[in-house]
Write a protein that binds this ligand. Sequence first.
Ligand code: PGA
Length: 257
Amino acid sequence: MIVANWKMHLGVRESVALAKTTLLALQGKDIAPQVVLLPSFCALESVHKVLARSRVALGAQNVGPDRFGAYTGEVGMGQLLDVGCSYVLIGHSERRHHFCEGDELLRKKLAMLMHEKQLLRPIVCVGELLEERDAGQAIAVTTRMLRRILASVDIPRGVPLPLLAYEPVWAIGTAEQPSIAEILPVVRALRNEMETLFPNHGTASVLYGGSVSAENAYVLLREPDIAGVLVGGASIKPQEFQNILAAAREVLTYQSS
Ligand code: PGA
């Protein structure tokens, strides 16, 4: 899975153009990854029209914790479903650090999404700060984050586990990245934690995010433990994003041969 987080970078016209370029890059390809585009709220409807009847999915970068109501400036799940979203990011570090989203709010958002049986499938982001990484705390910190926001959430029977994204905070937008040898133990620990918390919901999938580029995508994606990548900066550079899609196709082609 390749998730493109366009953040607050693009206007509506630019978002539509980039969505069209993405569709063109996948056109006629039998083997292709699941691609999810996350435009800003105001571009969702226009991008949805471009993606309609394609195999590329639409998602939002955030959602409010309530279904409806007097919440000025908030966007709710029903509204995101109306404009064709099927995924939503929960707990991205930029939401946590710039907008003070804490565990309790994130827990409330997840409880709401689960109660609605994940009509909107969450991609839950966790990641450690640089000082926590340097202190050898990446696994302890990220598994604790997961427990804090998910432990008391009830996942209804038959509903799959939320997707997870391991995004070290110090690797986001910095062109720095942990080595694969550092990433894999965290990804495996998160998967185990999730499957221990929710034993009857099948296997958990963990994406990696943080300075994913055309240069490093193949090495990440060929790891069977990494279910995909969450791409920020490189996802708004059309050629680079196409190269990331090509890397994913190469891995899938190799795996299916
Ligand atoms: P980046 O962002 O790829 O620019 O590091 C990733 C993210 O914020 O999800």
